[in-house]
Ligand binder design. Structure first.
Ligand code: SF4
Length: 392
């Protein structure tokens, strides 16, 4: 398990942080040890020639693989009732602060929200999102997946994804059988000490190793589309992204396949969060350069463009296509047709009918009806823009 190698990999990252970075042309995709040193290059994230080269290569490589297509998704929050205590989140248990409204959707309300998003906004790919609600565990999740599948089938088909707490392998298998297409989970941070500070208490999420092993349980369960990521800004982001790349390389080596989705959440303190100021904040330029660097490292992993960001940043993250792009976004259960309030964090909501046109004017093609296979086109590293042979 990756957790067994965690300490060794932490040491490797420390060594990589002092290793001179190679020339961009010489880097081989999915070889984390070749990409990670760039994160510590003096010029990285400063907007100069290095960043421009990384961003241009990323956009060209993505365009060559995905022809500027941005795969549209919409989240449906099922519950804001949570027993975890993440210091950066509005939904943490017991928080009665600004913007917190506790609610869980009924199955009929879920269907109402889905029908509205499909019929009024044109969505075909729906992501179920759950806080850690003791009354919404895997039984409920399977029921919700099946319900959404039926709704989508009545409307010509579509996909259902999941963002939820870390689950058992048998739970993921049940969800796959129920028709789930993908599952994403963010490690938050790979810094174990920092993780403990940010996740106090004795709840499930406080088990760092259990969370670290989640992707392996997803893959072992037969989940085809797995989403990985860190919440950038919680800890030293250079170390977190280097650890993430090494983790992805490990998954690929041990399971023959790895992540197909890359979370790109950047810390945007929620109005009622305890953790408001971070010494590890990434600048816009550092953030864009980091995601673009990851695109070169793993070209067929789709960045999940987050509506935590303003529109301009979303568009920059999507350059070339090959990303999941969130249109419409409410982090409140019932935040669409039911018009319920509250939020997990501050987010933009880019209304699909309006912002589809804006994406087009940026040279991107919003695709509402897409298939899981669209995320994984054939990729021959030797023919790609950022050259080099695939790792042997
Ligand atoms: S981040 Fe998730 S698990 Fe943590 S408090 Fe918020 S909703 Fe709960």
């Amino acid at each position: 398990m990756f957790s067994d190698r965690y300490k060794l990999i932490c040491d490797e990252v420390t060594e990589l942080s002092h290793t001179p970075a190679g020339d961009l042309d010489s880097l081989r995709p999915m070889v984390a040890s070749e990409y990670a040193p760039l994160l510590w290059s003096e010029a990285f994230g400063q907007g100069g020639e290095l960043d421009q080269a990384i961003l241009a290569r990323s956009a060209a490589l993505k365009a060559s693989l995905y022809a500027e297509r941005a795969f549209v998704i919409v989240p449906i929050y099922m519950t804001s009732i949570c027993e975890e205590q993440c210091l950066y989140c509005n939904f943490r248990g017991g928080n009665k602060g600004t913007g917190v409204e506790r609610r869980r959707l009924t199955d009929d309300e879920l269907e109402q929200e889905a029908v509205y998003l499909i019929e009024e906004k044109g969505h075909k790919v729906l992501e179920l999102v759950y806080a850690s609600d003791p009354r919404m565990r895997v039984d409920a999740m399977c029921r919700h997946v099946e319900r959404l599948r039926r709704v989508l089938e009545r409307h010509g088909g579509g996909l259902v994804g999941l963002s939820a707490e870390s689950l058992e392998e048998s739970d993921y298998r049940r969800l796959v059988d129920a028709g789930l297409c993908w599952s994403v989970l963010w490690q938050e941070t790979y810094d174990k000490t920092r993780y403990a500070v940010l996740h106090p208490g004795r709840t499930k999420k406080t088990n760092f190793e259990y969370r670290l092993e989640t992707y392996e349980r997803m893959l072992a369960a037969g989940m085809e589309q797995v989403g990985v990521g860190v919440l950038s800004g919680l800890a030293d982001w250079r170390r977190d992204w280097a650890m993430l790349m090494l983790h992805e390389e490990y998954l690929k080596q041990h399971y023959g396949r790895g992540a197909t989705i890359l979370g790109t959440p950047r810390l945007n303190p929620a109005p009622g969060a305890i953790f408001q100021e971070s010494p590890y904040t990434l600048t816009r330029q550092e953030f864009l350069a980091t995601v673009a660097l990851h695109n070169l490292f793993s070209p067929t992993t789709a960045p999940f463009v987050s509506t935590r960001e303003n529109w301009d940043v979303c568009v920059e993250l999507a350059r070339g296509g090959g990303c999941l792009f969130t249109l419409n976004c409410s982090t409140a259960p019932g935040g669409y047709s039911l018009q319920r309030g509250g939020c997990q964090f501050t987010s933009g909501s880019y209304d699909a009918p309006i912002y589809s046109s804006r994406l087009k004017s940026e040279g991107l093609e919003p695709v509402f009806s897409w298939k899981a296979e669209d995320l994984s086109p054939d990729y021959r590293p030797d023919a790609a823009v950022c050259g080099g042979a695939e790792k042997r």
